[in-house]
Design a protein around this ligand. Sequence first.
Ligand SMILES: Cc1cc2nc3c(=O)[nH]c(=O)nc-3n(C[C@H](O)[C@H](O)[C@H](O)COP(=O)(O)OP(=O)(O)OC[C@H]3O[C@@H](n4cnc5c(N)ncnc54)[C@H](O)[C@@H]3O)c2cc1C
Length: 364
Amino acid sequence: MKSTVSVIGAGTAGLIAARELCRKDIKVSIYDQKSVPGSQIHASGILSLSGLKTLDVDYHKASTNRLYGANIHAGGENIEIRSKEAKACVLDRKELNEICIEEAVREGVRMNLGKRVTGTELDVLHASSIILGADGAFSSVAAHFGMGSIGRYVLTYKAEFNVGGRGGVVDLFFDRETTPGLFGWLCPNSEDILEVGVGIDSKKGNAKKAFERFIKTKEITKIIDGARMIDGGASMIPISRREQVVDNVAEVLLVGDSAGQVKASTGGGIIFGSNAAIIAAEEIQRHIEDGTSLASYEKRFVKEYGLDMALHKVINSLYSRIGNRSIGIGLKCMRWLGVDSFLGKYGDMDRPSLMIKRALLRSA
Ligand SMILES: Cc1cc2nc3c(=O)[nH]c(=O)nc-3n(C[C@H](O)[C@H](O)[C@H](O)COP(=O)(O)OP(=O)(O)OC[C@H]3O[C@@H](n4cnc5c(N)ncnc54)[C@H](O)[C@@H]3O)c2cc1C
């Protein structure tokens, strides 16, 4: 049985997995094709404070803003969700990755940055070590070991504008014509920088064109009028699980975007992907020490997060399928029923199952 691990991909999921494995006295080497790893380094990082606690990462240095709520807009209606305390924060993704690298190195992870792992190199590493693929949405590990595909992706395009004064509130705009399959967003990355972005179903067009349409809408033009666009770029997020995420016989596992462990309702993948990384490290340890099957990694992930992943999928298919007017009516009803203040108090952006539990307890 193999007793060392090669982690391919030094994004958040790979680095957390490697750190956890080292803490368990397992020899780990991590490889990344970039010298500054993390394919989504220019992506926003809105993370719930409750989710961040579970990662055991000292993220404070990377935090650029704290978030107290969201405005949701659709079909000419909107609801405002507010909380007295900050529920989430915006993290500088480059800084977050640097912190994760420092923590991994401190625990003894051997870093190999600026080195793309090819199929031949994967075979060499695989001959003597367990392979943990954390190499993002277009995983070479998954392709090399025949672990199937990911069914759904969203395309994103986002840019920063020098607009301040938005406080700690995110705006989400649902519009089936402009952003089919996801939404447009405004996120105050800091006091004077506003991120404007869109996500659309990858089968429904071009994200840059959707972005151009979005910033020309009345609501957005009003906000960014006269501002300077600082940075812009496109990306892709997997929003469904890969067909296979573990192969016990081959001793290969996938975590993070490579496994499609992303919330389908928002495209957020850091909390679930990193929690999967922690579970994977625990199951690798049991496999090495007691010979248990690595298949328990997938079973545990589904047991702990399967319901939430399914609920995020339901939310995504709801807003993707119904028209703007119907979403608008839905928002109006939510306001009338007081759902906005319920969400402000009990909302959980990662784990809707916990929110439902709270609602049931409240009504009992
Ligand atoms: C615009 C946008 C906004 C987002 N906003 C949020 C958000 O607010 N909150 C949130 O939680 N998530 C967000 N996400 C999603 C989040 O960025 C991803 O879920 C997360 O980055 C996945 O981390 P990962 O470690 O699995 O993979 P990645 O960050 O993709 O890292 C994979 C690493 O593998 C390396 N690699 C790939 N192939 C090889 C190879 N053959 N050899 C060596 N190295 C290799 C890459 O260089 C990269 O460093 C956003 C994504 C986008 C695009």
